[in-house]
Design a binder for this molecule. Structure first.
Ligand code: FDA
Length: 307
């Protein structure tokens, strides 16, 4: 219930504007977001790469006009240029949301988003890194997977994301588990109906294990995106039992979540941190609140200025 309310609030333009313009929220938001500007994000990335890999995300989603989509592409071009200049591309890639690139624009939105994503993939390839295409709500799954398939023609290293809470995902894993295929498996962060998604935690976890087995048993490169200690233990044991070495898969976590565990796990294998930055942080941040209600109390206190 609370999670649904938070995810619905994430789509409120009024709340979004109030929160994104309030200086009071900044300290709480900074736990999950590496600042509004590229310089702040790169400073954090430089620190993280001493023991972890990174996927940088320029925040933005549900773009309503072409100019905004073009601005997102420009932001990624600038980011990739800086990653190249600062020698970070062997340890840092980028994550993008197709809705930030125009996927939901009326008419030819999916084609616009694909062109924009292709431009970002080309800019990434030019500096020697890769792109992973985030997965959004279930109404976009087919279009997003179609886009990933199209991007992989020229850029086979393009990563896909699959969400274990969707009933369809075990099948998608089987389809995507081809040679070298980079697939990030997460539980899923949106409020989805029971017709398409498991709503019960235990069912999501069981689905995650089934999906993981398909990815780990295949010839692709699984990216295990979860903070769940049981699933992480399961993933490392499964990988070892299937003969995968530490470089044949990676664990992934979000910036600000279980940082001590991140450092410990990075010593044993590869761990990538998803590192978002930018001023459009509200929907991303609300999803983080939805995952852990304790975060909400801290946020509300900051919003009202009461600590
Ligand atoms: P779960 O929610 O069960 O959490 C397990 C434990 O982790 C909790 O008990 C708590 O200790 C800790 N934890 C989890 N979330 C926390 C939080 N916000 N604050 C504090 N502690 C927290 N989703 C999506 O739909 N599309 C996408 O493209 C992506 N991309 C993505 C990339 C990466 C690298 C990660 C790690 C996650 C995503 N996600 C995502 C989000 C994902 O779907 C999911 O919502 C979160 O990872 C939380 O699920 P867990 O697997 O961590 O389990």
């Amino acid at each position: 219930m609370l999670r649904s309310a938070l995810l619905s609030a994430a789509r409120s333009p009024a709340l979004r504007s109030a929160a994104e313009h309030s200086a009071l929220t900044r300290p709480v938001v900074d736990r999950f977001v590496a600042g509004n500007h590229i310089d702040a994000a790169l400073a954090v990335a430089h620190t993280l790469v001493t023991d972890r890999l990174v996927s940088l995300d320029h925040l933005g989603e549900d773009t309503g006009d072409r100019e905004q989509a073009d601005a997102a592409v420009a932001a990624y071009r600038e980011l990739l240029g800086r990653l190249g200049d600062e020698g970070l591309t062997d340890r840092v890639e980028v994550s993008v949301k197709l809705s930030a690139l125009g996927q939901a624009l009326p008419g030819d939105g999916p084609a616009i988003a694909l062109d924009n994503a292709a431009a970002i993939c080309a800019a990434a390839a030019a500096v020697g890194t890769t792109v992973t295409v985030d997965m959004e709500d279930h109404t976009t799954t087919d279009a997003t997977l179609d886009a990933v398939r199209a991007l992989r023609v020229d850029h086979p290293g393009t990563g896909a994301v699959l969400q274990a809470y969707l009933r369809r995902t075990e099948g998608d894993c089987a389809e995507l588990a081809g040679p070298g295929s980079r697939v990030r498996l997460c539980k899923g962060a949106y409020d989805e109906p029971a017709s398409v998604a498991f709503r019960n935690r235990a069912d999501v976890d069981r689905s995650y294990r089934r999906c993981l087995r398909v990815l780990m048993a295949g010839p692709g490169y699984p990216m295990v995106a979860t903070h769940d200690p049981d699933l992480i233990t399961h993933a490392t044991e499964l990988a070892a039992s299937l003969g995968r070495g530490p470089l044949d898969y990676e664990l992934q976590m979000l910036y600000g979540v279980r940082p001590r565990a991140q450092r410990e796990l990075a010593h044993a294998g590869q761990l990538r941190v998803y590192l978002p930055y930018g001023s459009a942080w509200f929907p991303y941040f609300m999803r983080r609140l939805g995952e852990r209600p304790a975060n909400l109390v801290v946020f509300l206190r900051s919003f009202t200025g009461r600590h």
